[in-house]
Ligand binder design. Sequence first.
Ligand SMILES: Nc1ncnc2c1ncn2[C@@H]1O[C@H](COP(=O)(O)OP(=O)(O)OP(=O)(O)O)[C@@H](O)[C@H]1O
Ligand SMILES: [Mg+2]
Length: 407
Amino acid sequence: MPHMSGIELLERVRQSGITSVFLLVTAVPTVDTAIQALNLGADRYVIKSDKLIEELKIVIGREMQTIGLREENLRLRREMLRVFAVKNIIGKSQKTQAVLEVVRTVAPTTSTVLITGESGTGKELVARAIHEASARREMPFVSINCGAFPETLLESELFGYLRGAFTGAYADKKGIFEAASRGTLFLDEIGDTTPSMQVKLLRVLQERKIRPLGGTSDIPVDVRLIASTNRDLMALVSEGKFREDFYYRVSVIPVHIPPLRERREDIDPLARHFLHKYSATMSKALRDFDAAALAALEAYAWPGNVRELENAIERAVALSEEDATVVRLHHLPEFVRLAGPPPVTTDNEKLVQIPKEGLDFEISISRVESQYILSALRVAGGVRRRAADLLHMSYRSFRHYAKKHGI
Ligand SMILES: Nc1ncnc2c1ncn2[C@@H]1O[C@H](COP(=O)(O)OP(=O)(O)OP(=O)(O)O)[C@@H](O)[C@H]1O
Ligand SMILES: [Mg+2]
């Protein structure tokens, strides 16, 4: 071989980061070169002989097997990562499982994702899971709340600025787009951006370039965007408050997280998850809920969704007696307690059953109220005016009762 020895070539190949299989074939075998070759990362050391071709066939066959195994291994690891990344998203309802399925499917792509859902439904949690399950997981996940900044400040936060771009810009500052380079940028509360900000973001999405304030040239950016909002963007579009072209760019892959009241099967596993979490951090012995407490948790409307449930459980754990092992109704906040199931009526006599130990009249009546309000809301598809009509009451009264019961 001209210009360099096999050992030298091997050294250069490995230095350049090429990971392909390397077979060193030699006619002058010495123990030294053999050891050196293997130390430098040669996969095989083959000695030239009359049977070289046959021998190479065997050696290459074995190496192909190894490569196959390695690829299979990588595939399995990637698969495990995807499963792992969503493991802290709790929920057995079909709706949550459907969200997780989308997360697993879109994570490996670079498509822009729009996560919608009421406050506290887990939008940021899902955004992080998408990042964790993607090839970008080693790179940064940067989150910015677009509603928290006035427009000019948001612009300099996102795109950065050059020294002298405005009064007070004493030195160059990199923007968040650059900080998130090769990672994921989470634009929280995208519905709160102004139309002129949306034009700027649209440009980034289309051209994959940013221009810092005061700059004269563009900088290419490699960032995966995930946006989220608790507002109805379509409605904002029709009101002229959100640009339609930006809406379509952002919502390439829409992921909607339903409110907790529409996936009540999740309440039980979520409540247990938070119970174990807070019981451990507060060194309590709480392991379970009694039936009444669980029924109340499952009946309540959770307007603040998972975050509200988490807070209620944290509070219950904090307030529980030192030796308590189960969470009981009286540990729960009043508005949750009131949401428990209404008393059962016996069929024949249309009489309410009074349990042996008696019951609290005010609470029982209150529960009935709350059940009617909730049921009417469900029948009315969440439209409050229609729910009020169903109960033959004014919208005002309906609002009064809904507020009273935290619905
Ligand atoms: N499915 C879930 N499993 C476990 N924890 C959850 C789940 N959904 C939400 N949470 C927890 O609930 C809390 C609120 O979630 P998160 O901050 O992601 O909500 P959000 O939709 O971004 O809320 P907001 O609109 O108010 O910003 C977090 O502590 C989060 O870990
Ligand atoms: Mg959030």
